[in-house]
Design a protein. Sequence first.
Length: 157
Amino acid sequence: MRPDRNECLIIGVGTEYGDDAFGLLVAREIALRSGENVTVIEQTGEGASLMESWQGYDNVIVIDCCTSNSDVGTRFRFDISQEKIPTKLFHYSTHAFGVAEAIETARALDRLPKRMIVLGVEGEKFEPGQPLNPFLELMVVEVADAVLAELRALLGQ
């Protein structure tokens, strides 16, 4: 079934390990606060699954933790309809085919949504058994607010 054209998909990417949980936590916060025209899902970041999840949506926002050797908590925003995503920034994945590769593969196959925004936040520790960085924990609501603002802009509200 094709989603309503005014519907937006929010994808929180990550696992429950360390800072990689950030995208999931932001998605959960958004799910508590979003309206009826919003679908919120969680993904591990496996590329083929990501590409399948956004099919049929015109508006997609992806939230993920990334690594670039910047300070923990540094925020990155990419409007995928206007720029390529740097694969080196979103290279942390348990799969060889992750977020950046999924986006650029979808672009090559002409399977990107009309509008896609990727919000990344710099993480530090991604190993099993690591807790979420306390600084990132404090940023969950702030980033959820930013995503909700992006959502209003995408839906013209």
